[in-house]
Design a protein around this ligand. Structure first.
Ligand SMILES: [Fe+2]
Ligand SMILES: [Fe+2]
Length: 256
């Protein structure tokens, strides 16, 4: 089973023309594709299923309650399937069936432990103000994001614990699952908790974890007892005028 992975294309400002990787069975879009949503049109008539996990920027300037159904409909209009707290099964050309668990996940700000949470949430204020999203008419702030993140985490923990007969389990989130996914340009600081969660306990229940949000690329493994290591991959393009996109491969395919 081969998954093409793209994230953080930021087509609201970036010039990028996505192309299908010839050998892929599906395309995973791990969020921040286009804050205007217009760039989703680039994936119309894609030769394999296109699966989208929303990024934070998909909500820029929007009301949460309206944005979810609108984004789902907008994506479906060009044949993209938006996934949020959903489990799907995919069958590859090799006949392998995998289960894919998808959620944006958001940030719960506990990356450095509960005693650092308040600092982490304060440091997120700037990003949240930039986002200018609302929920029930109120600013979608760090407190609202944490509440959402905890619901996503609970859903993911439960979904990962369900019995299944698939050959592998793939998790797709927008936010990073480990401090190891932090962007090395910035080191570890309170705002790192706006990008990554401490999902180590969940990570080791998956075979492959795909994510975006950090504007750098990753491909690393995490050991787990009695099983092959878990692989974590991020193929984020980011913003070229900030010299991001190093290591980004527009035709990146991940085997599972
Ligand atoms: Fe991004
Ligand atoms: Fe993001």
């Amino acid at each position: 089973m081969r998954l093409q992975l793209l994230s953080d294309l930021h087509l609201e400002t970036e010039a990028f023309d996505p192309q299908p990787a010839l050998q892929a069975d599906a395309l995973v879009l791990a969020g921040d594709i286009d804050s205007t949503w217009g760039g989703l049109d680039r994936f119309a008539h894609w030769p394999v299923p296109v699966l989208l996990v929303a990024g934070n920027h998909e909500f820029d300037g929007r009301e949460w309650n309206d944005a979810w159904p609108a984004l789902r409909a907008r994506a479906a209009g060009v044949g993209i399937r938006l996934l949020e707290r959903e489990v799907i099964e995919l069958r590859g050309r090799d006949g392998r069936r995998i289960r894919l668990l998808a959620t944006t996940r958001w940030a719960d700000f506990d990356l450095f432990g509960a005693d650092q949470r308040e600092r982490a949430m304060r440091s997120a204020g700037y990003f949240m103000r930039l986002m200018q999203a609302t929920r029930d008419g109120q600013p979608f702030d760090a407190t609202a994001m944490r509440a959402e993140a905890l619901q996503c985490r609970a859903w993911l923990a439960n979904a990962l614990a369900q019995p299944h007969d698939c050959a592998a389990t793939v998790v797709v989130t927008h936010f990073g699952p480990s401090v190891a996914s932090a962007d090395p340009r910035f080191g570890l600081q309170p705002s790192t908790a706006s990008f990554c969660n401490d999902d180590q306990a969940l990570l080791t229940r998956a075979d492959l974890w795909l994510h975006g949000h950090v504007h750098c690329c990753h491909d690393y493994t995490v050991a787990r007892p009695g099983a092959l290591p878990v692989r974590v991959v991020c193929n984020a393009r980011g913003l070229l005028n900030k010299a991001e996109g190093g290591g980004f491969d527009p035709l990146r395919v991940v085997d599972v």
